[in-house]
Design a protein around this ligand. Sequence first.
Ligand SMILES: [Zn+2]
Length: 315
Amino acid sequence: MFICDTHCDTISELYKNEVDFFANKQHIDVERILKNGGGLQFCALFIPTEQFRYHGGIRYTLTLLDKYKTELKKLAARGVDVHPILTKADATAALQHKFNPLLAIEEGGALGGSLAALRMYYELGVRALTLVWSNRNDIADGVNEDCTKGGLTTFGRQVVAEMNRLGMAVDVSHMSTYGFWDTLATSSKPIIATHSNAYSLCDQPRNLNDEQIKALGKNNGFIGINFYADFLEKDYHQASSESIYKHLAYMLDLLGDDDHVGFGTDFDGIDHTPVDIQGVQDLVPLVELLTKKFGDQTVAKITHQNCLNYLQRVL
Ligand SMILES: [Zn+2]
């Protein structure tokens, strides 16, 4: 089995807890990914807006980036087949490798208002950026600021254009609905919601409404289903693998195809997981359940093919 996951906060947690990527007690470690059969893992550096809105964002981002690079070197030294995703060719070759990390930043405040910083992050290997977390930054407004009806700022438009030019995935998870539509209209390449679910099934502002889901399909974009229990079910105690199936089935039905959805677990960034999923080790039974419901072909698309195809369109 090979699983692509478009969002986790593992690196930030490795840094805070001073533990290793290979083996730890968090939701994700590489040892368990390898046991599953390997995969492609977006590794987001999460930059808390509240703390770094005015200063220190770039310093903190580089600190997490250093942790990421250090951990990859340690994995390679152990003999792990580490294959970072930097180009279209890397995405094509991913299935031949065991562990394919894709470096991402969650929260555009990490740029400190600088396109030069964006370009340097790209040089250091960053290939996806969540434009805004749930608050306001100098790119756009997050879901907690929907009242402003604000789209992308002038700087935000420049960031999207530069990301398109460089070949980076533009992530709209956490963004206000106005920002979402503005980004969709502005980006010349398909956009991604790395970790968001269906609002019609669970009415959390972080989830996507039906129009947004359909638009992401038309845009040839990608949606990663979030495993956060609170975004799966109104009563988070009720969330299980069955809830993940329901969100996937709902989106497939709405989209009219099975080409644009996958997993964006949010592992190591969530305090409630589905009752039968404690971490990456529980993905095998989930995939078995989904195979019973959707069949092999659709499940191969959900577990990896759709994400790999999306990367071909944007990198
Ligand atoms: Zn998030």
